[in-house]
Design a binder for this molecule. Structure first.
Ligand SMILES: NC(=O)c1ccc[n+]([C@@H]2O[C@H](COP(=O)([O-])OP(=O)(O)OC[C@H]3O[C@@H](n4cnc5c(N)ncnc54)[C@H](OP(=O)(O)O)[C@@H]3O)[C@@H](O)[C@H]2O)c1
Length: 329
């Protein structure tokens, strides 16, 4: 099969199209004929091997153990392992995969797939899993957003932020999105009641107070973010900004927040996203009810996956960057 492969860690130039064997699947796994995949900052981490700490976490010290990139997947079941009970060949699915989705076929655990939401194209479905599951856990599980609360989403135009805005609205919150001026229209179209242009207003100095702040971007200091919170409010830290990755991945705030949280009235919590079919099923419910629609920034053919990654890591996508399998690799 055709795939986008790397032999060494490095920038997007290390990726090259190549013919490789189809992934073999275990008893609990599903072979998916890939129709679309997506890009998220985690793809860049696995491609570059940065922060270096990730190499010690089992991804390969000198080179990536899995040479094909891509985690989000949407496609059609081609084969199932002996103990797969939830899927059958021919079924349309979406989720995340371990073998790499920038390829014609991908292997995925059945626990990380769900039936593709009706009404979504494969490109739209591929945009959902990694970012949508992260946003769902940030808004529902960590922040426990309730109807009537005021929620501030920083990085509202990005992959995670574009889902967080819609999910917080779906759970009944009033939402303010923080983004660049060029993305204000997009963020309002996602349902934000208000938009703050971070280049003109310092959102968290002397402005309004929020019950929940979801920070997906910018690496603002904890002290500044806390000033945007009510005295009993919750700060959810999703990301540290694209420039902070090299050694520790901008994890400083992630480690400090729970410690500080023990001594202050506000809850300061990082999100460590988990990939589960239960999360996908809730996202399917939100999509099929009309509450959530994936925002797509650009679609690249498979052969141009390196450009898709470069575009994402430019730091200013408007929604999700998608890779479609219909391009030749
Ligand atoms: N904790 C977890 O489990 C988990 C899971 C997934 C992702 N993440 C992390 O979450 C972060 C966001 O991921 P993503 O997929 O949403 O990235 P993304 O799609 O690249 O979006 C980043 C967004 O940040 C905005 N932005 C850039 N500078 C900003 C600033 N100073 N203030 C406010 N917004 C700013 C950009 O929009 P503008 O054009 O408006 O600037 C862009 O839309 C990354 O650090 C990623 O590694 C963590």
């Amino acid at each position: 099969m055709k795939a986008i492969v790397q032999d060494a860690y490095g920038p997007a130039d290390v990726l090259e199209p190549r013919d490789v064997d189809r992934p073999s699947i275990g008893d609990e796994e599903v072979l998916v004929e890939v129709r679309a995949a997506a890009v998220d900052p985690g793809v860049w981490v696995l491609m570059t091997g940065r922060p270096y700490l990730m190499r010690l976490a089992g991804f390969g010290v000198r080179r990536p153990k899995v040479p094909v990139r891509g985690r989000d997947v949407a496609g059609v079941v081609a084969a199932v392992g002996a103990r797969v009970t939830r899927f059958r060949p021919g079924q349309e699915v979406y989720g995340t995969c371990e073998s790499g989705s920038y390829a014609e076929f991908a292997g995925a655990r059945q626990s990380r797939l769900a039936p593709k939401p009706t009404g979504l194209t494969f490109e739209q479905a591929a945009a959902v899993p990694v970012s949508g599951m992260t946003a769902l856990q940030a808004v529902r599980d960590v922040a426990r957003v309730r109807p009537g609360q005021r929620v501030l989403v920083i990085g509202a135009a990005g992959g995670v932020g574009s889902f967080a805005v819609q999910i917080a609205k779906a759970y009944g919150a009033g939402v303010t999105g923080v983004c660049s001026a060029a993305k204000a229209g997009l963020v309002r179209s996602l349902g934000a009641d208000d938009v703050v242009d971070y280049a003109r207003e310092e959102i968290d100095r002397d402005g309004p107070r929020y019950d929940v702040v979801v920070d997906t971007a910018g690496n603002r200091p904890l002290s500044l973010l806390r000033r945007a919170l009510t005295p009993r409010g919750t700060l959810v830290i999703v990301g540290g900004g694209h420039t902070a990755y090299r050694f520790t991945g901008g994890m400083g705030r992630t480690f400090r927040a729970p410690l500080l949280s023990m001594f202050v009235g506000q809850r300061l919590r990082p999100v460590m996203s988990r990939e589960r079919s239960e999360h996908l099923e809730e996202l399917t419910r939100l999509v099929e009810s009309g509450a959530v629609t994936p925002a797509i920034d650009r679609v690249y053919p498979l052969a141009d996956a390196p450009d898709a990654i470069r575009h994402l890591m430019g730091g200013h996508p408007g929604g999700k960057v998608v890779v479609t399998a219909s391009g030749t690799a």
